[in-house]
Design a protein around this ligand. Structure first.
Ligand code: GSH
Length: 325
């Protein structure tokens, strides 16, 4: 692992990730927006933008799911990093599922950051949305990339569908905030904690939120009722990784998702969705976490289990929601 300081790559240790035993996640640095408004240099155009992702990363996975749901494959192409994040950070070392950087020929993701900004001082994260025209990063914040994908390309051939509808925005924002703090990022806070107190605080928050979500999903197919929204996409990428990775590697092991009837049914429904399933690569997910954090798993051994049947049939409620989707 490492970071860019004034355009130079510096290797860093895991100690840089925490302060006072607690995970610190620095805010994303590149925060431009694609829109057709007159005052933005980033207009929606077919073939202009390129998305760099890791199939392992839950934040990058959000952007891949939105790209698929909105049918943006022909408008925005992608590169996929190797699942191992080592001393050079994310790389395009050949490996199963790796798609090299056809746009800039980078072999390391940090080269892309300095190409757009030669004096960059930042962590080098996925996802990255790149503009081929101005040759710089539009955004490296997944929450904002999915909002752009949801609507910015609607006038130039995106598939219909609104996952952030006006009338639900306040509720979606509130759900996102709670789920981000205590669950999406909460599992990382538990896994990267270096004191017992920081770990317990984060792990308790994870399971409080899972209990609350279980209750919410008992009588409705999706978080907001009968339709899929952005909040579901953001929750799903964490639930998918929970039993195979966070339960063991991040010590979030009070319960498994498979032990919560509604959450488990909901996770399978989204996994089985024909536009979401092709975005899932469990070999990248397990390989990345267990091998890229040697201070948590020094042997880098990837466990075989747990055996999980994501194709098991859905409940009546979610079977009909899936048919309607
Ligand atoms: N806020 C960012 C976070 C992205 C992020 O932290 N990605 C991780 C992979 S899961 C990463 O690239 N980490 C590399 C690093 O921190 O050095 C987003 O949601 O887009």
């Amino acid at each position: 692992m490492g970071e860019l300081i004034d355009g130079q790559w510096h290797r860093t240790t895991s100690a840089k990730l925490t302060a006072d035993g607690r995970l610190r996640r620095p805010p994303s640095v590149y925060r431009n927006w694609i829109s057709s408004q007159a005052d933005t240099p980033f207009k929606p155009e077919a073939g202009r933008y390129h998305l760099y992702v890791s199939l392992a990363c839950p934040w990058a996975h959000r952007t891949l799911i939105m790209r698929s749901l909105k049918g943006l494959e022909t408008l925005i192409d992608i590169s996929i990093v190797n699942w191992l994040m080592g001393e050079e950070g994310w790389t395009f070392e050949p490996g199963p599922g790796v798609v090299p950087d056809s746009v800039n020929g980078a072999t390391r993701l940090h080269q892309l950051y300095t190409l757009g900004d030669p004096r960059a001082t930042t962590r080098v994260t996925v996802p990255v949305l790149w503009d081929k025209q101005t040759r710089r990063i539009v955004s490296n914040e997944s929450a904002e990339i999915i909002r752009m994908f949801n609507s910015a390309f609607d006038g130039i051939g995106a598939r219909a569908g609104d996952f952030y509808p006006g009338e639900l925005r306040t509720e979606i924002d509130a759900l996102n905030e709670r789920i981000y703090e205590s669950l999406n990022n909460g599992v990382y806070k538990a896994g990267f904690a270096t004191t017992q107190a920081a770990y317990e605080e984060a792990a308790r928050g994870v399971f409080e939120t899972l209990d609350w979500l279980e209750h919410r999903l008992e009588g409705q197919a999706f978080l907001l009722g009968g339709r899929m929204t952005e909040a579901d996409i953001r929750l799903f990428t964490t639930l998918l990784r929970f039993d195979p990775v966070y339960h063991g590697h991040f010590k979030c092991n009070r319960r498994m998702i498979a032990g919560y009837p509604a959450l488990w049914d909901y996770t399978r429904m989204l996994h089985q969705h024909p536009l979401i399933r092709p975005t899932i690569a469990m070999d990248h997910i397990k390989g990345h976490y267990y091998a890229s954090h040697p201070w948590i798993n020094p042997s880098r051994i990837v466990p075989l289990g747990p055996d999980i049947d994501y194709d098991a049939p859905l409940s009546g409620l979610r079977a009909s929601a899936a048919r309607a989707a």
